[in-house]
Design a binder for this molecule. Structure first.
Ligand code: MV4
Length: 455
């Protein structure tokens, strides 16, 4: 077992990793930027090392600084959290070359899943359904046209290096295709340094449902059910829940067992998430895989009772998976609201000092946060300040519990997304579980209109 872990992250996820380490009896080393001296991950880790100036590129993304901190503090492993270096195959390789265990999958798995077109074709080969589309990135305008003609419009153009919806373009007819492809490729080249794009059939009214997996290094893989993440704004998830309202035990077993088999075929280890688009007929189509722990992992922890971060650390240390699929039980319903420090109208970040902070408690409420009264939210990082997660016996109880917890969450000094969450939860469509990709667009603009998928 590891004796000491460096936490290469900040905010609530750094604290969450420190919680798991404390319970496992593992010492922790925090790294922090000059903007994070008063952050709680610095306070609660056993040691803390400043790794550079406020900008992420100079600190949390600076591989030589992070590795130097790991070497001087003599850690056995690095936990990358989410974002930052968590999905960098290169960082994973540097860790292993420095004889520091990267807590996550192999660099090969990260690299494969980071190429969204390759991931799509490999997962298809291993038995997961994918939407009709190009078999890899499109190599010419002629190929783009023939692919789109064959699958039929509308189609969507996605960057192979994208993910999370960045740099996507929906194309409604043949005349728009070439211009859209050129724009998408130029955007992808600018944003990711790689212009390659692929084409897929576009589904309107899709749901986003993802499966959590957990795998050890000996070929044992289980799934921990699904999370529905259809409530998104500009490709940022706002609300996640488990189970999905469309899920039945039969459907979960069917999709889950296919996911498990595909993960065994690729030799995956660690935690991972397989994202699906789901159409109105409840057909599942593989979209992409995330090879990190995700923001919304607590939703799965509440319904399964499993500590995903602890198990991720144990799998990286070479432990065997302590459960079989049959041991996993799903209890009740969990919902997470991401509380962001942002203007509820413009959705722009709202950094600054939190003057009043009261976090709700009571039965069935969990809050993952690194904020506190008098804390100053720096402007350099993402605006997530708390994850409010509730569990109830069923979806109705969970919604009522979330509403009262939102009522009792008092944050003053900065603007937050709490009012937006209250508005979404009050929607009749949300309460009926009729949630799909356009939910928020339709909430602010109720007339039917053409879909715009912004880059
Ligand atoms: C799609 C799609 C429709 N058809 N792909 C991909 C990343 C995710 N953030 C948005 N993505 C989409 N991919 C095909 N072939 C629609 C979306 C989409 C979406 C998906 C789930 C939840 C909200 C969404 C909002 C806009 C677009």
């Amino acid at each position: 077992m590891f004796k000491k872990i460096l936490v290469a992250n900040r905010g609530e996820i750094a604290l969450r990793i420190i919680c798991a380490c404390k319970e496992l009896g593992i010492r922790t080393v925090a790294v922090f930027s000059e903007a994070d001296r008063y952050a709680l991950h610095v306070r609660f880790a056993d040691d803390a090392i400043c790794i550079g100036p406020p900008k992420s590129a100079d600190s949390y993304l600076n591989i030589p600084s992070v590795i130097a901190a790991a070497e001087v503090s003599n850690v056995d492993a690095i936990h990358p959290g989410y974002g930052f270096l968590s999905e960098s195959p290169y960082f994973c390789e540097v860790c292993e070359a420095s004889r520091i265990r990267f807590i996550g999958p192999s660099s090969e798995a990260i690299r494969l899943m980071g190429d969204k077109a390759r991931a799509r074709s490999e997962m298809k080969r291993f038995g997961l359904p994918v939407l009709p589309g190009s078999s890899d990135s499109v190599q010419s305008e002629k190929e783009a046209l023939s692919t789109a003609d064959a699958i039929g419009y509308p189609v969507i153009i996605k960057a192979v290096a994208g993910g999370g919806g960045r740099g996507m373009r929906v194309v409604h007819d043949r005349t728009e295709l070439i211009n859209a492809l050129k724009t998408a490729q130029a955007e992808a080249a600018g944003a990711f340094g790689v212009p390659h794009c692929y084409i897929e059939k576009y589904i309107e009214h899709a749901r986003h449902i993802e499966f959590q997996v957990l795998a050890d290094e000996y070929g044992n893989v289980i799934h921990l059910g699904e999370r529905e993440c259809s409530i998104q704004r500009r490709h940022q998830k706002l609300i996640e829940e488990s189970p999905s309202v469309i899920m039945t035990e039969e459907l979960r077993n069917r999709v889950g067992s296919r996911v498990v088999r595909a993960m065994q075929e690729v030799g995956y280890s660690s935690v991972g998430t397989i994202e699906f688009l789901v159409d109105e007929k409840h057909q599942f189509y593989f979209m992409e895989m995330n090879t990190r722990i995700q923001v919304e992992h607590p939703v799965t922890e509440l319904v399964t009772g499993i500590d995903l971060i602890r198990d991720q650390i144990l799998m990286a240390a070479g432990d065997r998976l302590p459960y079989r699929q049959d041991d996993i039980r799903f209890r009740g319903h969990a919902i997470e609201c991401r509380i962001n420090a942002e203007d509820p109208v413009t959705c722009r970040p709202s950094p600054g000092k939190i003057t009043t902070w009261h976090a709700p408690g009571g039965p069935g409420v969990r809050i993952d946060t690194a904020a506190y009264a008098e804390y100053i939210i720096p402007p350099y990082y993402d605006s997530l300040i708390a994850k409010l997660v509730v569990q109830g016996a069923d979806r109705t109880e969970a919604i009522h519990r979330m509403e009262r917890a939102l009522d009792m969450f008092v944050i003053e000094g900065v603007r937050t997304s709490i009012p937006l969450h209250r508005q979404i939860l009050a929607q009749p469509d949300f309460r009926r579980g009729e949630i799909y990709t356009r939910f928020l667009e339709d909430l602010s603009n109720p007339q039917p209109r053409a879909i715009q998928v912004a880059g």
